[in-house]
Design a protein around this ligand. Structure first.
Ligand code: GDP
Ligand code: IMO
Ligand code: MG
Length: 429
């Protein structure tokens, strides 16, 4: 029985939400396994828009949805998101939502630290979402996190908070920030404990049992492979592993539980925040793509940087995530362009290279080498079969497949769930 991982193959916002929703009809369980509410996943179902950040996208269809141990959870945000979705008519109860007992919590002091570092005029600006993601993961690997299960043990919670504050208050003193009282954190946590604890579960055990029963598991990645802490454009990355291998670690299943990796891939490229972007078009083309594609961040409303499709990057992330097939999205945004460029290699210090170098300096220096393809004047928007697509659009898709060395399994031609062309069903692989 196939289990599928959905990952972003670029810098995020490729359209993962749409495809998790599309695939969740075929799945029994949907699992988030990394990141947090830095993610913003948009689903459009019969004209109704759902925006999810922390909840797995499967929750909208009422599928069993799991927030795994690899996710960092802002408990107040989670309660608010549950209530917001309930307000849209979505049913969310412990019957269809489970939260890993060993997931680390994001606290107010993590948000403070994230924002302070980003606003400071010294050091490296990453352009984070300021939601405390990085500082929460730092505490996780630093072995001082407060985790979901700690809410169920109030008698020892204060000791854990004091241990955490030994670290944070030293940091805060050094940065000229006021110290935090343990009682403030304790109260902040106790205020949400009753709302969250009913969802708490031994997720590794639940998923193992589901797997044994033959259930199909859909893993929902957040961000994209180029934001991966190891394989991305470090240090301009997020603080988790976003590649598909993390699906196992972040949920408590073994690596053998992954059968198919679907890499969601935008037909051009976007990025939010700072960092290298070789094919960026800070010009009329970028503006065209941004306006046509409504490229504004779901989480921070920041304008996304836009550029041409970069086959060098996707060819590389196909490998680092072990992508089996891609879902190519937003091809409709290219409708009406006379010509379309695709980055096929880089020039680095006078040499042609076919990969993204690892060093920050070299990443900033690479110059894109483009191929120019003919555009199309007809519309691809809303196409539901290959026959509905302009001939040049089909050529573009075929050419991308060749350049990245990976087949297109699905094609998306609008935000709507139904405007999708199926080539190969990841669950039937
Ligand atoms: P995610 O973070 O990967 O889930 O992506 P986002 O939801 O942040 O951003 C993708 C945006 O593109 C959303 O607004 C989607 O509704 C929209 N979208 C997805 N697929 C398509 C498509 O094929 N065409 C167009 N025009 N929009 C799409
Ligand atoms: P989805 O799941 C696009 C970016 C931020 C910043 C960097 C680090 O919707 O694709 P962080 O707050 O994670 O420490 O910020 O990562 N970033 C995203 N960009 N889509 C996302 O998620 C992102 N999540 C984080 O803009 O550059
Ligand atoms: Mg997004």
């Amino acid at each position: 029985m196939a289990n599928v991982v959905v990952v972003g193959s670029q810098w995020g916002d490729e359209g993962k939400g749409k495809f998790v929703d599309w695939l969740s009809e075929r799945a029994d369980v949907v699992v988030r396994y990394q990141g947090g509410h830095n993610a913003g996943h948009t689903l459009v179902i019969d004209g109704v828009v759902y925006k999810l950040s922390l909840l797995p996208s499967g929750v909208v269809r009422g599928q069993l949805s799991v927030i795994g141990n690899g996710v960092v959870v802002d408990p107040h945000f989670l309660v608010d998101e549950i209530n917001r979705l309930r307000g849209q008519g979505v049913t969310i109860t412990p019957d269809n939502l489970r939260l890993a007992e060993n997931a680390p919590l994001i606290l107010s002091l993590h948000r403070d630290l994230d924002a302070f570092r980003e606003n400071a005029n010294s050091g490296l600006k990453i352009g984070t979402t300021k939601r405390g993601i990085g500082p929460a993961y730092e505490d996780k690997v630093g072995r001082r996190s407060i985790r979901v299960m700690d809410l169920a043990e109030p008698e020892t919670l204060m000791t854990k908070i004091e241990r955490l504050l030994t670290h944070h208050n030293a940091l805060r003193r050094g940065m000229g920030l006021p110290e935090v009282e343990a009682q403030v954190i304790y109260d902040e946590l106790m205020a949400v404990a009753d709302d969250l604890l009913p969802f708490m579960d031994r997720v590794w055990h639940l998923l193992d049992a589901k797997r044994r029963q033959g259930a199909r598991i859909l893993f929902e990645g957040a961000q994209g492979a180029l934001l991966d802490n190891d394989h991305g454009t470090y240090p301009f990355v997020t603080s988790s592993n976003t590649v598909a291998g993390q699906a196992a670690t972040g949920s408590g299943l073994g690596p053998g539980s992954i059968d198919y990796v679907l890499g969601i891939t935008k037909a051009y490229t976007t990025r939010v925040g700072e960092g290298p972007f070789p094919s960026e078009q800070d010009n009329e083309t970028g503006q065209f793509l941004g306006e046509r594609g409504h490229e504004f961040g779901t989480v921070t409303s920041r304008k996304r940087r836009c550029g041409w499709f970069d086959a060098v990057l996707v060819r590389q992330t196909v490998k680092t995530s072990g992508i089996s097939g891609i879902a190519l999205t937003k091809i409709d945004v290219l409708d009406g362009l006379d010509e379309i460029k695709v980055c096929v290699a880089y020039e680095l210090d006078g040499e042609r290279i076919d990969y993204l170098p690892a060093s920050m300096g070299a990443q900033a220096r690479v110059k894109p080498i483009y191929e120019t393809l003919e555009g199309w004047s007809e519309t691809s928007a809303g196409a539901r079969s290959w026959a509905d697509l302009p001939a040049q659009a089909v050529k573009y898709v075929r050419h991308i497949e060749e350049l990245i060395g990976c087949p297109v399994a699905l094609l998306s031609t609008s935000p709507e769930r139904e405007d999708t062309i199926l080539v190969q069903d990841p669950f039937q692989d």
